[in-house]
Design a protein around this ligand. Sequence first.
Ligand code: 6PG
Length: 238
Amino acid sequence: MHAIEVERVPDVPAAALKLFEEIMIASVAAHGRFLVALSGGSTPLPTYRALADRADLPWRHAWVFWGDERFVPLDDADSNAGAAFDAFLSAVPVPEEQVFPWPHQDGPDASAEAYARDLERVLGRDGTFDLTLLGLGADGHTASLFPGTGAALRDDPTLVVRPEGERVRLSLGASVLSRSRTVAFLVQGEEKREALTRTLAGEGEFDRFPARAIGARDRLVVLTDLDGIADERSPAAR
Ligand code: 6PG
């Protein structure tokens, strides 16, 4: 497991774009594919919008998943996949059969089961994403692993999560989110300072601090515009 690297950057979305491009190009060169799990939320949206102008990237070798989703149709304003399609996926030449929105078919459990099958088919039983993008909520959640729901403690590859006051959520489990060569948390804005500081300040207690349950195969990095955040912390003991 790797230590968490905190990289302070003036512009989180720009840094995320640079990381995305670099890993995409290197992954396709190294093994012919780029397997990415996108994050929802607002932080990555400028990155996604900028990707719309990058038709030059090797999109036909890209395989796109989402770390989590609300259980809503693709055209719902809350859909993470819908937002990514609007921002760039409809503008770049990624083959449709290589893009995997969470299905919104026969209920959340059926969706999670279908997604787990898609993941195994594309990644294989022990396959690895090349890049997983994650956000961090002010309450410390990441993907849809919300504090107090037990979601970060579960080993299932895909989960249905019903956080209080939230729409029904679908999420990759912490172990699948961690099955990535690079995991990058995009954390921007003062409102995230306490959640990031408390997450980095210790180990374990995954149900209180779900992001601590996330590791990576090669590199676990936090891209943040916040100053004064601890540089090196021990990895999530996963
Ligand atoms: C989602 C995300 C969620 C998000 C955080 C941070 O579906 O909304 O998966 O985990 O990354 O809530 O969101 P912001 O980037 O909007 O602050």
